[in-house]
Design a binder for this molecule. Sequence first.
Ligand SMILES: NC(=O)c1ccc[n+]([C@@H]2O[C@H](COP(=O)([O-])OP(=O)(O)OC[C@H]3O[C@@H](n4cnc5c(N)ncnc54)[C@H](O)[C@@H]3O)[C@@H](O)[C@H]2O)c1
Length: 423
Amino acid sequence: MHVVVIGQGYVGLPLAVHAAEAGHRVVAYDTNTSKVKQLSVGETYIDDIPSDRIRRLLESGSLLPTADERDIPPYDVAVIAVPTPLTDGVPDLSHVESAAATLGRSLRHGAAVVLESTTYPGTTRNCVGGLLQQHSGLTAGEDFHLGFSPERTDPGNPHWHLANTPKLVAGIDQASLDFLSSFYRTFVDHVVPVSGCEEAEYAKLLENTFRHVNIALVNEMAAVAHDLGIDAWESLDAAATKPFGFMKFTPGPGVGGHCLPVDPQYLSWHSRRTLGRRSKFIELADEVNADRPLHVVRRITQTLNSKKRAVNGARVLLLGLSYKKNVRDTRESPALPIIRDLVRLGGDVQVADPHVPTGTEIPGLPTHGVTRVKCEPSALSSSDLTVLLTDHDSFDYAAVAAHSTWVLDCRRRLPALEHVEYL
Ligand SMILES: NC(=O)c1ccc[n+]([C@@H]2O[C@H](COP(=O)([O-])OP(=O)(O)OC[C@H]3O[C@@H](n4cnc5c(N)ncnc54)[C@H](O)[C@@H]3O)[C@@H](O)[C@H]2O)c1
């Protein structure tokens, strides 16, 4: 089939690659010309998709990266995978709207459009469907198929990827559902049909809210345990031996990325607007998780204080800049507010992250007071404190343990040593 994927980010690029590898002819469209340039020469910018996979598809002619709308052919299937951020705390569907308008201009009878961006219920039917109709003059359900299929990608996860993660697929009618299910079955092992788009949109928000709330719970439990002198991590491991009724989440320096700090707010905003109802769990989880970076700074201050040091003038080496392990994504990373606070307090802040290339522009990273370094014995031993924020597999943990003066381990990656404390 002729497939168009709008948005070549963490969701769109893997999807375009899997679809092209399954034998479809894929136009990979993105308005960001530098991403398109990189893709066009077979260079990846996403850790889970190696460059050689892109190059093979370019050579076979099955993948066409482009920023030019005129390259969008009369397609059989179009997938929308553009950002759905918050602007001033409010859902911002402008990218989805512009993608739908683009696709509406080349929509034809019998084609299908599917939204993968995370959003509040009703977006597929009302927003995307409405714009497609407006720009094409066709009618959803009668002339073209329309559906929603949330992306469940877990960047950096070596086991679960697009092909082996069950994929929810919904359509505005049975014909849309059947058409889109057959399309996804060409490169996804297990398609899970959902009868309504609104139910699938809600399911995605439920999944991410579940995670957000449980991370907040375990973060709060860990903070209380620490103040009681209890090893929260050991309690967690102990609780996790229960074979039913318990699911293990681990504490950390805060949540980041495009999903957890954002998606639950789509749900609370929608519920407030349509029902006038507050989502108390979401508000509380936001509050608890948003406090975590400050909690880390408090722990850094306390640790330095116990060594008769102030943050002002102390050298603090932070390991990890991205929001989760083994990826380069720094969006909403808790490392950023931690760095800003330490710089403001006069700390000499050094940061090591082998996944985030130096020279990358990182919104929110102070331009002064931070030095990018490598996680090497000299950097470790010359710091007053090493703080493990993101437990990338590529850090040499034996070297971290051997050469650090003192370590605050926010992920319990290091063994229990005298100079290692856990968050
Ligand atoms: N990153 C994840 O792990 C993840 C997981 C599940 C769901 N999602 C959801 O998927 C959606 C996309 O997220 P992402 O992480 O891939 O975002 P991203 O920022 O990595 O990529 C989105 C891409 O869309 C492009 N774009 C924006 N507007 C466009 C337009 N009108 N036309 C063409 N291209 C356009 C941007 O330039 C960017 O390259 C979001 O709704 C997100 O919540 C993300």
